[in-house]
Design a protein around this ligand. Structure first.
Ligand code: PRP
Ligand code: ZN
Length: 307
């Protein structure tokens, strides 16, 4: 099926290594924490492209879009300069690099926090203990802003990676680093003291680059698809058989229901109910439905949810 609808030219971007000026260009991380989830998300919204390790560009065959694979630190700048129309980057990178970019969507993956951490069992116990101390980070701008806001005068030691080993090397007294599972901190004898920023992957664009351009409707289509997929990822679709007489009680367990699908069954007095429920609550919901008489319950993942 050709999903290409609209008047944006397909361009000459079919060649795997030549970028096309007519296509929407989206910058994504080449390797690292967001790389795989970024590609998975773009595939889940129906975009067809070839990805090979080491490749810098990948055109889509069914949408006027091409992917640009770059270092995540460069993504905000590339978008600000209009080299890319869109980018997928961590909020931490976007905040750190500053610049004139707009966050269009929160993408629900790459969830982590930027935390200040200190030696576990060491003398530093509270934020005020950091006064006059050295804090190593690869997020100096964010840390400077945070320290200023807290009225703390600490020395920021800028380091591009392996922040967590700086206290052991006596390069710093504390670190300000990304924490996801917390295992890196633990492994290095550190414990979190304060959260500086909550982060996740975000879709960014430069507002002025997009204005009045023919790419705009395609960007809006991409955003609508992303929202439909992201909404769906949080939901499960439940199907069950219930006695018609139990329905009033069962309804109370399915509060998100705007309009349930109710199907009569061949068995007299029984109906089938279909409903989307939040994934986080799916087990509690199933258990409560069972207590209230629901039978033959099936749960399936949802790909797309268009309201
Ligand atoms: C981040 C961060 C920690 C680690 C934390 O590094 O700098 O090293 O992840 O994750 P955890 O809490 O799950 O252990 P990243 O993998 O982004 O690479 P980098 O160290 O090269 O920046
Ligand atoms: Zn790291």
């Amino acid at each position: 099926m050709n999903e290409f609808q609209g008047d944006l030219p397909r361009g000459s971007g079919e060649s795997p290594s030549v970028p096309s000026p007519e296509r929407i260009r989206i910058a994504v991380q080449r390797r690292g924490r967001l790389a795989k989830c970024s590609l998975d998300l773009l595939q889940s919204i129906g975009l067809d492209f070839d990805y090979h390790e080491g490749r810098l560009f990948a055109p889509c065959s069914n949408f006027p879009l091409e992917l640009l694979f770059v270092r995540d630190d460069d993504i905000p700048q590339l978008v600000q300069d209009g080299v890319a129309d869109l980018g997928i980057a961590g909020r931490n990178v976007v905040e750190e690099k500053g610049g004139d970019v707009e966050c269009l969507e929160s993408l629900g993956f790459g969830i982590c926090s930027l935390k200040i951490a200190v030696r576990a069992g060491g003398p530093l116990a509270t934020l005020t203990d950091l006064e006059g101390k050295r804090i190593a980070t690869s997020h100096p701008s964010i840390l400077f802003r945070y320290l200023k806001e807290k009225g703390l005068d600490s020395t920021v030691v800028e380091i591009s990676g392996s922040v967590e080993i700086t206290p052991i090397l006596n390069v710093a007294d504390a670190v300000c680093d990304l924490v996801s599972t917390g295992s890196t901190l633990k492994m290095n004898g550190l414990r979190p003291l304060a959260t500086v920023l909550e982060s996740e992957a975000v879709l960014i664009s430069h507002p002025n680059q997009r204005e009045g351009k023919q790419k705009e409707p395609f960007i809006e289509r991409l955003r609508a698809r992303l929202r439909s997929c992201l909404r769906a990822r949080k939901m499960r679709y439940l199907m069950m058989n219930v006695r018609r007489s139990d329905w009033d009680s069962l309804k109370k367990v399915l509060p998100n229901l705007s309009s349930p699908t109710v199907v009569p069954l061949a068995r007299p007095g029984w109906i089938a109910i279909h409903s989307a429920v939040p994934e986080k609550a799916v087990w509690n919901t199933i258990e409560e439905l069972t207590r209230r008489g629901a039978r033959d319950i099936l749960s399936v993942p949802v790909d797309i949810m268009v309201p």
